[in-house]
Design a protein around this ligand. Structure first.
Ligand code: NAP
Length: 324
């Protein structure tokens, strides 16, 4: 029987299902991540791991996994895995695209609305007893309808956000390395250079993966191009937006506000300068966090792992390899 390691507590039904097929080791905690030394302890004993974006699957770890055939990530992003090391060792890497697209688009749009209309701040003011009267400019935000949304990274989630934006009467422009003419016609959106998008958008939404190319994609130069009234939304990965530069931009009025779900360091330290700013809405990386979607992600991650270990093609592999 092949042996697998699951690095966080899976749903009960799924664990039972996996046990019919494999010998299963589980890090049986919902809240605490598996320590790196425990990963090292198991990696040379297992044929596959089902891991989370909080697990650092480094070259050193991969090189130690002499029997390892598959790394199944419970996320669409896989920047936590050294893909080159896995590929050169003949290890299949899989992710969970598609099943989380609409849920993450919902959260992205919710964060855009919450930031534009200062919803969290307004709710906190009320709870703190600061609501003394109705005032003309009290907690006044920015209009969403009729404004321009610029999406950098119009993939699955970006397109789903664009569809929502059209329903809110927004004009949508986007930037990718490759234009998507079919989608432009279907959703009624326009391709633009990144600079045009930054200079002309009221809301800039980042939805690229984190790669060597997108690291610090939005830094001081890019923030300076944005309108003083603009809002930056990042629900993709920390590291794409340079946080020191974002703090500068938000605290000097270079841009109006930001809505963030992801950070360079997660969990975000509670003394982080971002948390001292009024004009930033912060969420703890909950983009795909609906019950239905998280279960679908578990199911897909388990299917990817099972297929790979049965010698079948997994539904969502991110690398191509020959026989190990
Ligand atoms: P996707 O379908 O692969 O879309 C990614 C898009 O980014 C593609 O259209 C790609 O187009 C574009 N892109 C890549 N590199 C780029 C660059 N250097 N400049 C401009 N555009 C670039 O992925 P997805 O499913 O939409 O997910 C996007 C990301 O969201 C994931 O990688 C993940 O990190 C993040 N995510 C976060 C959460 C959360 O909980 N907050 C949940 C799900 C996903 P080109 O290749 O043509 O450039």
């Amino acid at each position: 029987m092949k042996k697998i390691l699951v690095t966080r507590k899976p749903p009960k039904y799924l664990l039972e299902h996996l046990k019919e097929e494999f010998e299963v080791e589980v890090w049986n905690s919902e809240e605490q991540k598996i320590p790196q030394e425990v990963l090292f302890q198991y990696i040379d004993q297992v044929d596959g791991i089902l891991c989370l974006l909080t697990d650092q699957i480094t070259k050193e770890l991969i090189d130690k996994g002499k029997k390892l055939k598959v790394i199944s990530n419970l996320a669409v992003g896989y920047n936590n895995i050294d893909l080159d090391a896995a590929t050169s060792n003949g290890i299949i890497v899989t992710n969970t695209p598609g099943v989380l697209t609409e849920t993450t688009a919902d959260l992205t749009f919710a964060l855009l609305l919450a930031t534009a209309r200062r919803l969290i701040e307004a709710s906190n003011e009320l709870r703190m007893g600061n609501w003394k009267t109705w005032a003309p400019m009290m907690l006044a935000g920015r209009d969403v309808h009729g404004s321009t949304l610029g999406i950098i990274g119009l993939g699955d989630i970006g397109a789903a956000v664009a569809r929502r934006a059209k329903g809110f009467g927004m004009k949508v422009i986007y930037h990718n390395r490759t234009p998507k003419p079919e989608l432009e016609k279907e959703i009624d959106i326009n391709y633009s250079s990144q600079e045009f998008l930054l200079r002309n958008s009221d809301f800039v939404c980042i939805l690229t993966p984190l790669t060597a190319e997108t690291q610090n994609l939005i830094s001081l130069d890019e923030l300076k191009m944005m309108k003083e009234t603009a809002v930056l939304i990042n629900t993709s990965r920390g590291g794409i937006v340079n946080e020191n530069d974002l703090v500068t931009a938000l605290s000097t009025g270079m841009i109006w506000g930001a809505g963030l779900d992801v950070y360079e360091e997660e969990p975000l330290p509670t003394d982080h300068p971002l948390l001292s700013l009024r004009n930033v809405t912060t969420l703890p990386h909950i983009g795909s966090a609906s019950v239905q979607t998280r279960l679908k992600m578990w199911d897909l991650a388990a299917l990817n792992l099972t297929y790979a270990l049965q010698g079948k093609e997994p539904p969502s592999a991110v690398n191509e390899i020959g026989d190990k």
